[in-house]
Design a protein around this ligand. Structure first.
Ligand code: FAD
Ligand code: NAD
Length: 483
């Protein structure tokens, strides 16, 4: 490759491919370097999100949710089904088809926008050059005016439970079990542990989640986290807090099992599982990415060091997505990709990092934006809260889906919305309404004075906004909870 590009993007995940497309839309000659290939050596675009993350996990969550609905929840509607079975191979094939459709779609978008797709491992050299080592071993160098690093992240592994991609797997392996494990262990009660633990639990696995911390989902609003644990436990997840895994031993020849040792307080315990998922977080991918002297530095946690606008310390070199600080979320990386593309062309685009929604796609979904009650309390802020339970929502009852609540937090003096935390049906889509409201600096009264369609789940957000100032209609108003 001897061409000179205005922009070279390293990585084609949601941060990289979006950055590349936006750069091309803005008229820049753009290449995107991706190292991932399939078994036919064809470049796989889309990164973790499309190939082994957001999309395949949601495909399995939707399949397994439908299975539980048909098995356990159709009878209340008067629908009888007989014995409900799951064919795992069909479920996995559906997931793979969706992944293929979407990753192929990125290739189509690259073509339509004129982005050049380059296969290979990219390494940033000094002077805004990118060295590319292709899957066949050939090495070339691309000159660029701007480089955007979007190398993403990979699962963290822990010495007591080394991944063997057979019995002990990471999130990627957990998306491809060829049968429902009888007993499934999960290390880590974070997003992946709860989502993928739910998938296999719904399909019949006995699931034990071992979490090192004493607090469940500590970054979440504590009231919502408590409700989430209660609901997931009721669904059958055996979530054990304060459990530090110390070792694992795989045994058996034909039918292998793994015995996991862990400390629960001062007590040493063991559990035997057919499969074990290790889901203890992800780390930035920066292996062989930065040549000495390229001017890009890492922070103390191994992320590429960037400023508020994703510029590294090397002029003309940017980094976006999971490889930089902030939540490891696809939409966060995509917005950073757009921001960098636009700033290269001189626009003043910025991201409001206080308004990034976060969702756990269990059922019910758990979604949040903004500050939690405990954060505001710790900061000594004056706030008021409105809570509306879905059990009082006509639409949720009609759908037989009334677990959970909407919690809206507003500033006591200005009434400006500071945070929204939801566990409930379609929480991901409901919280998005409050993301928009917060972006526009809305007060809870603005939401209270807005007309909501009836009957909708959104009415729960409306009622929570009314409840902030003690005006809810469909629940008795406690005295408005003020600090
Ligand atoms: P990645 O998607 O990791 O992409 C990086 C790409 O760069 C990869 O394709 C990699 O091969 C390539 N690459 C790396 N180094 C090089 C190099 N040197 N040269 C060339 N190419 C390179 N987030 C959500 O927001 N919602 C969800 O529902 C969600 N679900 C998830 C479920 C699971 C099971 C997992 C594992 C993650 C999930 N995430 C979810 C997180 C989400 O996938 C990541 O935040 C997102 O993919 C990060 O995007 P990225 O572009 O920064 O990196
Ligand atoms: P996580 O950080 O959400 O959870 C990891 C959990 O493992 C934590 O609760 C942690 O305390 C625990 N842990 C760490 N070490 C442990 C040990 N040795 N023993 C027992 N427990 C231990 O990480 P994750 O679930 O692996 O997900 C990784 C990233 O992927 C997250 O940052 C998340 O943002 C992203 N992701 C997002 C979604 C989504 O948006 N719906 C879904 C999946 C993944």
């Amino acid at each position: 490759m001897s061409d000179k590009f205005e922009v070279v993007v390293i990585g084609s995940g949601p941060a990289g491919y979006v950055a590349a497309i936006r750069c091309a839309q803005l008229g820049m000659k753009t290449a995107c370097v991706e190292q991932w290939v399939d078994d036919k050596q064809k470049t796989l675009l889309g990164g973790t999100c499309l190939n082994v993350g957001c999309i395949p996990s949601k495909a399995l969550l939707d399949s397994s949710h439908k299975f539980v609905e048909a098995k356990d929840h159709f009878d209340v509607h008067g629908i009888s089904t007989g014995k409900v079975n799951i064919d795992v191979a069909t479920m996995l094939a559906r997931k793979d088809k969706i992944v293929g459709q979407l990753t192929g779609g990125i290739a189509g978008l690259f073509k339509a926008n004129g982005v050049t797709s380059v296969q290979g491992h990219g390494k940033v050299l000094a002077g805004k050059k990118v060295e590319v080592t292709a899957a066949d071993g050939s090495v070339s160098t691309i000159d660029a005016e701007h480089v955007i690093i979007a190398a993403g992240s990979q699962p963290i592994d822990i010495p007591p439970a080394p991944i063997d991609n057979d019995v002990i797997v990471d999130s990627t392996g957990a998306l491809a079990f060829d049968a429902v494990p009888k007993r499934l262990g999960v290390i880590g009660a974070g997003v992946i542990g709860l989502e993928l633990g739910s998938v296999w639990s719904r399909l019949g696995a006995e699931v034990v989640v071992l979490e090192a911390l004493d607090d469940f989902l500590p970054a979440m609003d504590a009231q919502i986290a408590k409700e989430t644990k209660k609901v997931l436990t009721k669904q059958g997840l055996d979530i054990r807090m304060g459990c530090r895994v110390t070792g694992s031993e795989v045994s058996g020849a034909k039918k292998k099992t793994v015995t996991v040792s862990y400390m629960s307080g001062d007590e040493e315990k063991t559990e035997k599982f057919d499969k074990l998922i290790v889901a203890v977080g992800r780390k930035p991918s920066s292996k062989n990415l930065l040549a000495p002297g390229c001017g890009v530095n890492l922070d103390e946690r191994g992320y590429i060091f960037v400023d508020d606008y994703c510029a590294t310390e090397a002029p003309g070199v940017y980094a976006v997505g999971d490889v930089v600080r902030g939540p490891m979320l696809a939409h966060k990386g995509s917005e950073e990709g757009v921001m960098v593309a636009e700033r290269i062309t001189g626009k003043k685009t910025a991201i409001n990092y206080d308004c990034i929604p976060n969702v756990i796609y269990t059922h019910p979904e758990v979604a949040s934006v903004g500050q939690t009650e405990q954060q505001l309390k710790a900061a000594g802020e004056d706030y008021k809260i409105g809570v509306f339970p879905f059990v009082a929502s006509g639409r949720a009852l009609a759908a037989n889906d009334s677990d959970g609540m909407v919690k809206l937090i507003a500033d006591s003096k200005t009434d400006r919305i500071l945070g929204c935390h939801i566990i409930g049906p379609s929480a991901a889509d409901l919280v998005q309404q409050m993301v928009i409201a917060m972006e526009f600096g809305s007060s809870s009264e603005d939401i209270a004075l807005t007309v909501f369609g009836h009957p909708t789940l959104s009415e729960a957000v409306h009622e929570a906004a009314l409840a902030v100032n003690g005006h809810a209609i469909h629940i008795p108003n406690k005295k408005a909870r003020k600090k």
